[in-house]
Design a protein around this ligand. Structure first.
Ligand code: COA
Length: 405
């Protein structure tokens, strides 16, 4: 079956909802170990790229709000992140807000920015995220990340996120027959995309055998089933749909946005092999955008571990419950498949500086929908989707995008 959007794109686009807000520029740093750079410098680098890409934008004149997602103060022992960013962007009087939602911190920042624009309180805002992680040893990072899980029942008992996602994987394997090979294929696909993204943490092709024989982290998850510990920042310039044309001829409109929460602890859920929060977030976003899952041309989903991408397919309605592994087997989510997922390389290969991930996903969709994704371009993409989760999907954020007319 061809992509639904290819069958009758004009009709579908016309029946879609009004834009909530519009992206007019994006900037993303190279992800990876960025030795010697603080989070503030990384954010500055991403913002500068977004400013350079939009000559019509005068940051001091136009930007009237800053929204920054960052997971933790602990990596750099630096709290009060919002004024740090406004200071380093030389926008000292611009109101700045920081959001925290674990790995969905900048996905939630985007939603706050959309509300700010919708309310009329702000006209042009810079929304981004940043995390500096590689300056700390892996054990420290694991502990800091783990603070986003439930303290008395998860952290206290010594489980960390690889272990939590491994439990989701084992339930999925038991219930639906999902295999280690299917998990491995997610990593292989995303590394194939990552080599086409010059900003990706890993620029390396891997095979299913490489994944299967990589060192165990928390069975069934092995080294290559995990996203890495990365430094990086990303941002988008967001404005009203009306003002967008002042800054670019090719805006990307956000036409649907949803968010939902689940229990903090995985142990409290009826079904650990299904992500409720992104499911309900997607339901809201699809309804708002008047878009069906079959109409999505390109998606960026939260593959912090390979099982998370399979669960994302199911919560987003890309397939039925339990069938996520088969989608990868059939190459449907490959770059040249019917529904390309994680063309950026995903968290797995592009890297996962947690606070930066949500707006990095939005940046990739912007590049795809404006035809600027270079060698990883999905031809003719008009409708995009991002799915960003925090913790064990205790927070789920889904946004739907449409190429501007
Ligand atoms: N995928 C592929 N390769 C990885 C990798 C990953 N996730 N993590 C590290 N590597 C590579 C490194 O590049 C390095 O390669 P080299 O020897 O060729 O230079 C090698 O493995 C050793 O790296 P190191 O940093 O010592 O690994 P580590 O054991 O300290 O960390 C993990 C590996 C998997 C534990 C770490 O990446 C991790 O915790 N990932 C999950 C992060 C996370 O939980 N994020 C939040 C999700 S909710």
């Amino acid at each position: 079956m061809g992509r639904a959007a290819q069958s009758s794109p004009i009709k579908q686009v016309r029946t879609m909802a009004k834009p909530l807000a519009s992206i007019v520029s994006v900037g993303v740093t190279r992800f990876g170990a960025r030795d010697g750079l603080y989070a503030r410098e990384l954010f500055q680098e991403a913002a500068q790229e977004a400013f350079n890409a939009c000559p019509e934008l005068s940051p001091r004149r136009d930007i009237d709000g800053l929204f920054v997602g960052q997971m933790s103060e602990s990596y750099e022992h630096q709290a009060h992140v919002a004024p740090m960013i406004s200071d380093w962007l030389n926008l000292p009087l611009t109101p700045a807000f920081r959001t925290e939602a674990a790995c969905a911190s900048s996905g939630v920042a985007m939603r706050c920015a959309i509300f700010a624009i919708q309310s009329g309180a702000h006209n042009v805002v810079l929304v981004g995220g940043v995390e500096k992680m590689t300056n700390r040893p892996t054990a420290d990072v694991t502990e800091i990340l783990g603070m986003a899980s439930d303290f008395p029942f998860e952290q206290w008992h010594g489980i960390s996120f690889p272990g939590i996602f491994a439990m989701m994987a084992t339930v999925h394997m038991t219930k639906y027959g999902t295999t280690e090979e299917q998990l491995a294929k997610v990593a292989v696909k995303n590394h194939q995309n990552g080599i086409l993204n010059p900003k990706a943490h890993f620029q390396k092709i891997i095979t299913v055998q490489d994944v299967l024989s990589s060192r165990p982290v928390a069975w069934p998850l092995k080294l290559y089933d995990c996203s890495p510990i990365s430094d990086g920042a990303s941002c988008i310039v967001l404005t009203t749909p009306k003002l967008a044309k002042k800054f670019t001829d090719t805006p990307v409109h956000i036409v649907g946005s949803g968010q939902a929460q689940d229990t903090l602890g995985l142990y409290e859920r009826d079904d650990p092999a299904f992500m409720n929060a992104p499911y309900f977030a997607a339901k809201k976003a699809y309804k708002m955008a008047n878009v069906r899952p079959t109409q999505v041309d390109v998606a960026e989903v939260h593959d912090c571990f390979t099982i998370a991408e399979i669960l994302a397919y199911e919560s987003l309605g890309f397939c039925k419950r339990g069938q996520g592994g088969r989608l990868v087997d059939a190459d449907i989510t490959a770059r040249d498949g019917r529904l390309p997922v994680n063309t950026s390389g995903g968290l797995k290969a592009k890297g996962h500086p947690v606070g930066a991930t949500g707006t990095a996903q939005a940046s990739e969709i912007y590049l795809q929908l404006t035809g600027q994704a270079g060698k990883r371009q999905v031809k003719g993409a008009k409708i995009g989707l991002t799915q960003n989760v925090g913790g064990s999907a205790s927070t789920g954020v889904v946004q739907i995008y449409r190429r501007g007319d």
